[in-house]
Ligand binder design. Structure first.
Ligand code: ATP
Ligand code: MG
Length: 487
């Protein structure tokens, strides 16, 4: 590229300015009609993510990526646009997503394309396209990125939103389902969030065939109170009536037949095994016999992670997933089992804010370690490394000796706490924690200082093994928001 373009732009500006300047002369007699130029806005239901949000996005992605690495999931990225037919087939014609929510268009070449509403179908396509069947099974993949659904925008529901998801393809053992649910649970835990996992089994296609009959028979008796949509669903996709939130339909669910009662022995055993693993892994879960999930491709285990309801609010689905043993075949591949989940990142971030969990910015130290005298300097190396390994962003200036010079550095960095260790502290095995804003100092056991600092911070997701901080020990930013009624 030459420097021509940037040269052109400034040159064109004065021309415009001259034109504008001459205009009032001509219009002197008549009042000037003010031309307001409407500034384009983001499309409805879509939003900018500004730098002030960056720490939350970095936190959720870091939490997901660390978990993926630990459990052996590899990153995959598929296009944001796919053939519309992929989702019609892979998600299902009679789903909300395909019926009402897809952004579709015909491109200049006449191809029918869609902005992806979800990623599982695309990953299944990629699995087939790239012959991943020939790789050691199961193939474990993770992804993150924007999804698009034309929904009515509201808090936690957007037309462009982001998901972080895991998929395990090529293995049908129940341990796979359990591992995924455990990952979902740990993801939120690492961010300091509590979720409850709701699980159900929707069995095999044959199980569902039987169940469908029972369900239709039941709902037929109440046909007059069903919403118009459900009347149609009853003939096309009766399981989805269970998903309906309409005031007429929802209460009927309670009396509906339950799918567990028609599950085959094999399906039941599969499900039991999953639940046993969850118990052993201490994942809090609840059986929800009416959880069916809106998508067609699920089989056996289905689950949702929900945030606990807040006062006056309803519970919100944080993540959802399940087993999809029929999907690969549905898309033209060899019969191959699979399972996965997707986490809604906007809802996760919303929950972090509501719960006043402030992720730490890894690039910005919150602690400065000051050392006075040679013995303290020697001790400081270990303490500093303990802080680092605990995921606490810390800084130190080993080459400086004078306290004043070190405090200048600490001030410049704007750290929340300075740790002071001098001759006396080395002898006593203690260290001083100075709260830089409040000016308060306290003395703690040097061996426990990392834990003490971690307790003072809400360290998501850098110290994933620490429990979320109790509500009354939240850090500075959140205590300013006192009176927030989230609970
Ligand atoms: P819902 O019942 O809330 O419509 P869903 O069943 O359509 O959710 P999935 O397709 O299972 O959702 O997607 C998994 C997760 O993605 C959801 O649990 C939610 O956190 C998030 N999600 C889904 N749709 C949206 C949206 N329009 N805006 C923001 N997040 C969303
Ligand atoms: Mg939805």
């Amino acid at each position: 590229m030459s420097g021509k373009k940037p040269m052109k732009k400034p040159a064109s500006k004065p021309v415009k300015a001259v034109k504008a300047a001459t205009a009032p002369a001509a219009a002197a007699a008549a009042p000037v009609k003010k031309r307001t130029v409407a500034t384009p806005q983001t499309p409805r239901g879509m939003k900018d993510i500004l730098p002030s949000e960056a720490k939350y996005w970095r936190a959720v992605r870091t939490a997901g990526e660390r978990l993926a690495a630990a459990y052996g999931f590899e990153w995959i990225e598929t296009p944001i646009v796919e053939e519309t037919a992929l989702f019609v087939r892979g998600v299902g014609k009679q789903t909300d997503i395909v019926e009402k929510e897809m952004f579709t268009f015909v491109d200049q070449g006449g191809d029918e394309l869609a902005l992806r509403p979800e990623a599982t179908a695309a990953i299944a396509r990629a699995y087939i396209n790239h012959g991943m069947l020939n790789m050691p099974q199961p193939v474990k993949l993770f992804y993150h990125g924007p999804m698009f659904r034309h929904e009515r925008p509201q808090a936690g529901r957007y037309r462009q939103f982001h998901q972080f998801g895991f998929e395990t393809i090529g293995e049908q053992k129940p341990v796979v389902d359990a591992e995924l649910i455990i990952c979902v649970h740990r993801f939120f835990l690492d961010l300091g969030l509590q979720v409850k996992v709701e699980v159900n089994s929707i069995g095999t296609a044959a199980d569902r065939e039987q169940y469908r009959e029972k369900l239709v028979a039941y709902y037929r008796q109440h046909r007059n109170v069903l919403c118009e949509n459900c009347k149609v669903r009853l003939s096309k996709n009766p399981l989805r009536v269970l998903d309906c939130k309409e005031p007429g339909c929802e209460p009927l669910k309670q009396g509906a037949p339950q799918i567990v009662d028609v599950l085959s022995e094999d399906s039941k055993n599969h499900f039991m095994k999953v639940l046993e693993y969850l118990e052993d892994a201490e994942v809090p879960f609840e059986l929800n016999p009416y959880l069916v999930r809106g998508l067609d491709y699920y089989s056996h285990t289905v689950f949702e992670a929900v945030f606990p309801a807040r006062e006056g609010g309803s519970k919100s689905a944080a993540a959802a997933g399940g087993r999809y043993d029929g999907l690969i075949e549905l898309l033209g591949g060899r019969p191959t089992p699979g399972a996965g989940f997707a986490i809604g990142l906007e809802r996760t971030i919303l929950e972090m804010k509501e719960r006043q969990i402030i992720p730490l910015d890894e690039s910005k130290p919150v602690v400065f370690l000051a050392q006075l005298g040679e013995p303290a300097k020697r001790k400081a190396f270990k303490i500093f490394d303990d802080l680092r390994r605990a995921g606490i962003p810390a800084a130190v200036a080993f080459s400086k000796d004078a306290l004043k010079a070190q405090m200048e550095v600490a001030n410049r960095m704007g750290v929340k706490y300075t740790l002071l260790i001098g001759q006396k502290e080395v002898l006593d095995g203690t260290i001083i924690i100075r709260d830089m804003e409040a000016g308060i100092q306290e003395m703690v056991d040097a061996n426990k200082v990392t834990g003490e600092i971690a307790k003072k911070l809400v360290t998501a997701p850098l110290a994933p093994l620490t429990a979320p901080a109790p509500r009354d020990s939240v850090s500075e930013e959140s205590s300013r928001k006192e009176g927030d009624s989230s609970g």
